[in-house]
Ligand binder design. Structure first.
Ligand code: SF4
Length: 329
């Protein structure tokens, strides 16, 4: 049994839209293998049927509790198991978080995402996060948090606080997952996603490429997302950022055009989801990013740092958007 086969996130509920939820590995690998121009044309056509092709949504991400995480995700400098430059910090004060959210709004962000390096949140910490969510919502921003594994009651509590999105990535294919994380299972992740869905919160779920996986794993990751009864509303696709001290430092750099293909296939499989260019943009040329937008990416993280890794400076993004005629959604 594959890890994903026993959890109701991919279970028998009726699909909530007219999109396909029954992709096979062969079909998706065949999409990946198409001539580049054909793949891009199909992705762009579907993109235009569902979105304004010249608009990109901006989210800003803040690490509200950094480092000291007990999990062993091999890409992550926040794991306490690896010797990296990241130092463990306590949960930020609510007012300090809201100050950053105000600046994010002033800089054009429409969604404010808060990330905490926990295996799962303790109830007293969850209450503080709920205060942050309420403050962010009061500013007119959409709210998103990523706090690790979530139980049913915790998801319901976040919904009451007004949370719009919960981020929890599947990271990679069910088959490759054990090469990357051993301290929680693929099914644990799917269960959290189900709890989030059941609470009526939008799902933000994607993964990371460039971790030594092969194309079949990239296909497997996208199939897991696309075959959920409802596609995640946001699908962040991260390019591995290699960080000294993590086991995936010195991994072979992924081909940029293969990354663009991954974005295009994500767009074809999940036509109405926001596909977000996430970590790794700092290392991408403007030309690669332009191809990603053409392939259907329509959301980015804005701001100079992601949780703990660098992101292009805001003025670089503004200049790139101007060159491409893109405006913020
Ligand atoms: S990715 Fe998240 S869960 Fe994994 S080690 Fe980093 S902070 Fe912890």
């Amino acid at each position: 049994m594959t890890p994903s086969s026993s959890v109701s996130c991919c279970g028998p509920e009726a699909p909530a839209d007219n999109f396909r939820h029954d992709w096979t590995r062969e079909e998706v690998e065949a999409l990946f293998a198409r001539p580049f121009a054909d793949l891009m044309f199909d992705a762009q056509t579907l993109h235009r049927q569902n979105f304004d092709a010249n608009k990109v949504q901006l989210s800003q991400l803040l690490s509200i509790k950094t480092g000291g995480c007990p999990e062993d995700c091999k890409y992550c400098p926040q794991s306490a198991l690896y010797d990296t430059q990241v130092k463990a910090e306590k949960l930020m004060d609510v007012q300090a978080v809201l100050k950053v959210a105000e600046s994010a709004k002033a800089a054009g962000a429409t969604r404010f995402c808060m990330g905490a390096a926990w295996r799962s949140p303790k109830d007293r910490d969850l209450e503080k996060v709920c205060e942050m969510i309420e403050g962010v919502k009061a500013m007119g921003l959409e709210s998103c948090v990523t706090l690790g594994m979530l139980g049913e009651t915790q998801a319901q509590r976040l919904k009451v606080a007004g949370l719009d999105y919960y981020n929890h990535n599947i990271d990679t294919s069910p088959e490759y997952y054990k090469e990357i994380i051993t301290t929680r299972t693929y099914d644990d992740r799917l269960e959290t996603l189900q709890n989030v869905r059941d609470a009526g919160i939008n799902v933000c779920c994607g993964g990371i490429v460039g971790m030594g996986e092969d194309r079949s794993d990239r296909a497997g990751m996208l199939i897991t997302l696309a075959n959920m009864p409802k596609h995640p509303e946001s699908v962040p696709i991260n390019m591995l950022v290699q960080v000294e001290g993590t086991p995936l430092d010195h991994e072979n750099q992924m081909d940029a055009l293969e990354f663009v293909r991954t974005i295009a296939v994500a767009r074809i499989l999940m036509p109405a989801s926001f596909v977000r260019l996430s970590a790794g943009r700092e290392d991408m040329s403007d030309e690669t990013q332009a191809l990603c937008f053409l392939a259907g990416a329509n959301s980015i993280f804005y701001g100079e740092t992601l949780l703990t890794t660098p992101n292009p400076a805001q003025n670089n993004d503004t200049a790139l958007f101007a060159r491409l005629g893109i405006t913020a959604a």
